[in-house]
Design a protein around this ligand. Sequence first.
Ligand code: DQA
Length: 147
Amino acid sequence: MSELLLLNGPNLGTLGTRQPEIYGTTTLAEIEAAVAEEAAGRGWKVVSAQHNGEGELIDVLQRHGHVAGAVVNPGALMIAGWGLRDALADFAPPWIEVHLSNVWAREGFRHSSVTAPLAAGVVMGLGALGYRLAARSLTLLVPDDRP
Ligand code: DQA
C-alpha cells in the first residue's frame, strides 16, 4: 500500500493549545485523522511524524523517499532550516508545504521560506483545513500509474 508522509516540525506537537488565537484549537491527532481520511480516498495510508529537532526531521525524510507524496509543515525551520531544505531538495516525491497561519500577514521574519521554493505547492492561512486540502491535492496530482 502506498504511503503519504505527514511531517511536522518544531512546536507543532502542541497544536490545540499552542497560541490558539493564531493556530486554532485543532490538535495534531485530529489533523492526522483528517489527512488519513483524504489519503484513504486514494487507497494510501498515512505515516505521521513530528519532531522539534531538524536532524530528526531529516532522518524521517531520508527514510521515506519511497512515499507517494508528503505534506510538510516545517514550522520555524521555514526561516533558516538549511539542513532541512537540503534534505527536501533530495526528496523525490511531490510534497506540499503547509502553514496554518498566513505567514505573509505576520512578522517580517516569517515572510520568506527557504523550503517553499522546492515544494509542489504551498497552502497557508487556512488553519488545520490546509493539511486536508494539501493531502487531497496530492491524491489528485500524483499520477494513476503510481502503485
Ligand atoms: C507555522 C508558521 C511558522 O512561521 C511558525 O514558526 C510555526 C507555524 C504555521 O503553521 O503557521 O511554527 O509553520
